[in-house]
Ligand binder design. Structure first.
Ligand SMILES: C[S@@+](CC[C@H](N)C(=O)[O-])C[C@H]1O[C@@H](n2cnc3c(N)ncnc32)[C@H](O)[C@@H]1O
Length: 284
């Protein structure tokens, strides 16, 4: 079995691949807290990098909590956070099935996770609103790729690969996604206005800062590893099992061609939202 496919199956290698994109947002996000938190919860904490960054930024932090679905990632987070002065609580859990906990937090963060919760993000927002201190801050990031017919961001590379492999004819990519019940990233990442109307049911939005987030690679293998660590086998149902290796090979080639042509592989704007508890309740 090809090493990239094995990596995709386990979502491994995030510690290296996240340096290309997700890790770059960490300081940018934390700088927006504008409080000195004592109790921080990071949702979908991955390998614990944001928690580690927070402990370094705020030595007064007393407790850091992480909730994450992948046990492999939680194990890496535990290693990374070993020896920190704050109490560390790491829990395996699904963000869409969280029980209420007694603890309240003055800072709750969630980076590069929201699109995985579509279409049930509201459930999570409701939970966060219950767990946040009255003076607390909720910071999360959202991604907003340019989307055509609901296909955007990573979907575009996948579409190019499917076309190159002659698994689909031009004009029918969206239909191919539908037939294989794969939700495109361009659909999972809601337009900002639509997202804002959901967020405002639970929070006052104090600021939304946005910037571009270009993904650049040195070689084709680096993109393959990034894709495997970030998307795993998410897009694999679009491809016959026997051609998965070819699919990952094509993705690498397409990424390299995009890099040569335009100087980046993808450039998906990212936004960081600074939210606080609602000052008044919205009518149901
Ligand atoms: C792109 S990674 C981001 C990790 C980290 N927050 C960061 O910024 O580097 C997305 C993470 O969300 C986790 N995740 C996705 N859906 C989840 C869910 N429903 N419940 C818990 N964790 C989830 C994944 O396992 C993965 O570690």
């Amino acid at each position: 079995m090809n090493a990239i496919i094995e990596q995709a199956r386990t979502l491994g290698g995030y510690e290296t691949s996240s340096q290309l994109l997700q890790l770059r947002d960490q300081d940018w996000v934390l700088a927006r807290a504008m409080i000195e938190p004592k109790r921080l919860l990071d949702l979908g904490c991955g390998i614990g990098s944001l928690l580690q960054g927070a402990v370094e930024r705020w030595p007064e932090l007393e407790q850091v909590w992480g909730i994450e679905r992948s046990q492999l990632r939680l194990d890496l987070a535990r290693q990374q956070l070993q020896g920190t002065s704050a109490e560390v609580v790491l829990q395996q859990g699904d963000l869409l099935e969280l029980p209420a906990v007694e603890q309240r937090f003055d800072l709750i963060s969630m980076t590069a996770v929201l699109h995985w919760l579509y279409p049930s993000e509201e459930q999570l927002f409701q939970w966060v609103a219950q767990q946040l201190d009255a003076q607390g801050v909720f910071l999360f990031t959202s991604h907003h790729p340019l989307s055509q017919q609901g296909l955007g961001g990573e979907d575009e590379l996948v579409a190019e690969a499917l076309l190159a492999m002659k698994l689909v004819v031009p004009g029918h990519v969206r239909q191919h996604f539908n037939e294989h019940t794969v939700l495109p990233m361009g659909t999972r990442t809601r337009p900002k206005a639509e997202l804002e109307s959901i967020v405002r049911r639970y929070f006052d939005v104090r600021s939304i800062a946005s910037r571009s987030a270009a993904l650049r690679i040195d070689n084709l293998e680096q993109y393959q590893r990034f894709h495997a660590a970030t998307f795993g086998t998410y897009f694999s149902p679009l491809v016959p099992f026997a051609r998965i290796e070819e699919f990952f090979a094509r993705l690498g080639t397409i990424a390299e061609q995009r890099m040569a042509r335009q100087g980046y592989v993808t450039d998906i704007p990212v936004s960081v939202w600074r939210c606080v508890p609602r000052s008044s309740k919205v009518p149901a």
